[in-house]
Write a protein that binds this ligand. Sequence first.
Ligand SMILES: Cc1cc2nc3c(=O)[nH]c(=O)nc-3n(C[C@H](O)[C@H](O)[C@H](O)COP(=O)(O)OP(=O)(O)OC[C@H]3O[C@@H](n4cnc5c(N)ncnc54)[C@H](O)[C@@H]3O)c2cc1C
Ligand code: SF4
Length: 326
Amino acid sequence: MRKPFAITLDPGSSLANHTGSWRTLRPVYVDRLPPCNHACPAGENIQAWLFHAESGNYEAAWRQLTEDNPLPAVMGRVCYHPCESACNRAQLDTAVGINSVERFLGDEAIRRGWTFAPPPKASGKRVLIVGAGPSGLSAAYHLARLGHAVSIHEAGPVAGGMMRFGIPKYRLPRDVLEAEVRRILELGVELKQNAKVDHILETMRSGAFDAAFLAVGAHIGKRTYIPAGSSARILDAVSVLRSMEGEDKPLKYPDMFTASRLALLNKIDLAPHCDVDLDLYEANLKRVNPLIEVIRISARTGEGMTRWLAWLQAEAQAKRIKAAAE
Ligand SMILES: Cc1cc2nc3c(=O)[nH]c(=O)nc-3n(C[C@H](O)[C@H](O)[C@H](O)COP(=O)(O)OP(=O)(O)OC[C@H]3O[C@@H](n4cnc5c(N)ncnc54)[C@H](O)[C@@H]3O)c2cc1C
Ligand code: SF4
């Protein structure tokens, strides 16, 4: 059966009314997850804090942001900002500069000394967190705000995890990292340094913990098989970065560069988002050691692999000739 269109006299059209077009549907406001928010690994309510920032209420923006992520000054510097890759404004001109606004808010909070509101009441529960990297620190923050008593046991001498031992100072100044860690600890979170947890159940029992959160990270560098035998002195990126953080003074690196004959630069796989000037880096290496051969490589794109293998084969051949002559 053909139903009438609204109250029109003609069931097929409203034209018969001669009163213009008639609206039968009303727009409905829907609050859906925008692409930036969906792409943010920290799950930030980006549209909400951008709204406050745009109205000039930076503290409200920072408070909204830190509802989800307690490390905005850190993330505003080191996050690969997938939110901006997802931003559909880019289809019109450019993506909204979310990461820069986040950094500004994080820095503003440090400058003005904004602190987190303490929890309304204690829950009476104790939580053990193993590891003081971003994961452990964020968990401590959220748990403390729910009123739980939190204790972080960190194997190393300082908090920060890979934020400290993986990301160099020029990208993440340590005073910024320390200010954001301190603010979390000021919520009443206990941090035990040089406190490696070897047996989780024993540690929980001895500390009368109700729950534990393991945030131990992934600290072992991925090694590549390089057929250069014992002649190759190979350091993985994680150990090099760790030693640069002061655990092991980087005195050996000038020696390493002056004594080496080959340097492999791998930006594509290791630091794709870093603004590293490889030409400058190569020029500096050559200045320290004019004889060094520099090859840019990437396992992902295959760049430099043939040249590197040819170098290794030539090395092995030279060794064989030398051994035969002796
Ligand atoms: C070289 C490098 C560069 C990176 N650059 C970036 C970047 O630019 N941007 C970005 O977003 N991410 C970057 N990342 C990734 C980022 O650092 C990690 O994803 C992040 O640190 C993981 O956090 P986490 O807390 O899980 O672990 P981690 O940061 O590894 O922290 C784990 C902590 O647990 C402690 N621990 C381990 N075992 C024990 C134990 N038994 N008892 C007590 N404590 C223990 C460790 O000492 C450490 O402090 C980088 C990583 C590396 C390696
Ligand atoms: S830059 Fe900030 S908002 Fe964007 S994805 Fe990273 S943490 Fe989320």
